[in-house]
Design a protein. Structure first.
Length: 255
């Protein structure tokens, strides 16, 4: 069931979204050659503590997970697509890093992600990241009252496939509100004019993921959480929490 949020609730979700935005900004600033993934997780934890917010990631255990998630931050490096578990790995020059973070404040959740390169970037990585961001912008542009979920999916997929990149099978965005994952699902590829019609008050986490090698397959790392590309190529991820309103899409996690 899809819950339509009131304007007051959307304002409250914006407050949670701004905690997410501050954390992502802080983590990106802290990321550098020699910094460990655990240190980045602690930076994000500090933003939560300062805001009086909690983490919807920490302890989360969906049906596919062998253990509860042990951190507040997902950090996926190079060929990791999503759900990377922070560990003692220290970033190297040229690493492509995707950060996914959520915050719960006042009973409402925000969720967002970004990708960047540490140190000296490869041109191919910059193009991959730019495509993920462009696909996100296209999806947000389609998130208007009267459109359908398929219009968002088609907008994202057109950008990603047009660039020659893969789209991980079965992964995409989702509704969000009191819980991190709510109905409806928001695929990263689909047919326009299909699916649920968008209405004022719907709030969606829109999140394209792209694989440089052009393939869609992935596998889980030994930790049971981190999803890696099957072809070993790099991946990028971009995400915002977006409210559908009569005035147009409102990005609640804008940085």
């Amino acid at each position: 069931m899809v819950e339509l949020k009131t304007d007051t609730s959307i304002d409250a979700m914006h407050e949670a979204g701004q905690v997410v935005a501050r954390a992502l900004t802080a983590v990106r600033k802290a990321a550098g050659v020699g910094v460990s993934l655990l240190e980045l997780d602690e930076v994000a934890h500090g933003v939560l503590r300062e805001a009086g917010a909690s983490s919807p990631f920490l302890g989360y255990r969906p049906s596919f997970a062998p253990t509860p998630f042990p951190a507040v931050l997902c950090v996926s490096v190079n060929d990791a697509i999503v759900h990377g578990v922070p560990d003692r790995y220290r970033l190297l020059d040229g690493d492509l890093v995707s950060i996914d973070f959520g915050a719960e404040l006042g009973g409402w959740v925000g969720d967002s992600a970004l990708s960047f390169v540490v140190g000296t970037p490869r041109t191919a990585d910059l193009r991959l990241i730019e495509t993920a961001e462009r696909a996100l912008a296209a999806g947000i542009g389609a998130a208007v009252v009267g459109n359908r979920i398929g219009d968002i999916a088609h907008a994202i997929g057109t950008v990603c496939r047009g660039a020659g990149y893969g789209i991980p099978d079965g992964f995409g965005g989702h509704g969000i509100g009191r819980r991190m994952h709510e109905d409806p699902g928001v695929p990263n590829e689909g047919r326009p004019g299909r699916g649920m019609r968008l209405r004022h008050g719907m709030v969606l986490a829109i999140e394209p993921m792209v694989v440089a090698g052009g393939t869609d397959g992935y596998h889980a790392a030994p930790d049971g959480w981190t999803l890696k590309t099957n072809d070993g190529s790099r991946a990028a991820h971009a995400e915002h929490t977006v409210a559908i309103t009569d005035a147009g899409p409102r990005i609640l996690t804008a940085r």
